[in-house]
Design a protein around this ligand. Structure first.
Ligand SMILES: O=C(O)CCC(=O)C(=O)O
Ligand SMILES: [Fe+2]
Length: 279
């Protein structure tokens, strides 16, 4: 693991050096081997040749920017974030704050439409359908990755993780984070404070403005292990703390799919992950 400290004094933009890159066009066994290693050693990797069409990503990005550019009163019609909806500054119930605004929605078309239709303005179907497409692609991608991981771990049912996400009751989420550009140079600010993600797997893509404290080409996705996957693999995969900072003179946008089991799922180590060496 090459993570460096996330203390507030440490404002380096790169928290990881040598973050593994996984190229989905490689042969499956190579992908599986290297992904497993990345999840065990880093809990994070960059994903290229992921198959999510560039047009889909670009269109969601531009519609999302258009959404965040609207007056606050319009955006608030998708909220309040209880916890789903439009929110600003307040990240969670425990008082965490950040220099961002966000839209957090259940990752399925009816739930997206239900919140987005209230915003008004241009045809809400456009934004809603685009977000729906993005969710379909990133959900499929997350499930493929979870299946490759299941295979790599030698699970009897390689779908042990992905079936929790494909379940109709899955609590998967889509989150758009918008970090507005600084009006003046206020130096580095915390956009999204240090945390680990509670879900199974996170698939994040951001525009070309740096901020997540890991560097990557803008066409790549960041994928990270969440707390639930750490628990189900009995600690073999690591869920790593991360944060986003705001330094740029341009707005930053990240678009995230959180692959999540249903709220009824009991999260505990898979029996195959409990061994004499790793009790
Ligand atoms: O917006 C980002 O780059 C990071 C946000 C994040 O870590 C999260 O929403 O869980
Ligand atoms: Fe996160």
């Amino acid at each position: 693991m090459v993570a460096i400290s996330l203390s507030p004094e440490n404002n380096d933009r790169t928290v990881f050096s040598d973050l593994p890159v996984i190229d989905l066009s490689w042969k499956r066994d190579k992908v599986g081997r290297l992904m497993l290693k990345a999840c065990e050693e880093f809990g994070f990797f960059k994903l290229i040749n992921h198959g999510v069409p560039k047009e889909v990503i670009d269109r969601v990005e531009s519609e999302s920017m258009e959404f965040f550019a609207r007056p606050a009163a319009e955006k608030q019609r998708a909220g309040p974030p209880n916890p789903l909806g439009f929110g600003s500054k307040k990240i969670g119930f425990n008082g965490d704050t950040g220099d961002l605004e966000y839209l957090l929605l259940h990752a399925n078309r009816p739930a997206i439409y239900q919140k987005v239709r209230n915003i008004g303005g241009r045809d809400p179907n456009i934004f809603s359908n685009l977000l729906g497409d993005y969710v379909d692609y990133t959900k499929d991608l997350a499930c493929d990755l979870l299946e490759i991981m299941g295979e790599g771990l030698g699970l009897e049912d390689r779908n042990s993780f992905s079936k929790l996400v494909r379940d109709g009751q899955s609590d998967s989420l889509v989150r758009l984070n918008h970090y507005p550009k600084s009006k003046e140079d206020k130096g580095t600010r915390i956009g999204f404070g240090e945390h680990s993600d509670p879900q199974l797997l996170t698939v994040l893509r951001s525009n070309d403005v740096e901020g997540l404290q890991i560097q990557s080409p803008p066409s790549a996705f960041f994928v990270n292990v969440g707390d639930a996957l750490q628990a189900m693999t009995n600690g073999r995969f690591v869920s790593v703390r991360h944060r986003a900072i705001v330094t740029a003179q341009r707005s930053r946008l990240s678009m995230i799919f959180f692959a999540t089991p249903s709220l009824q799922t009991r999260i505990s180590p898979l029996s195959e992950m409990v061994t004499i060496e790793n009790p």
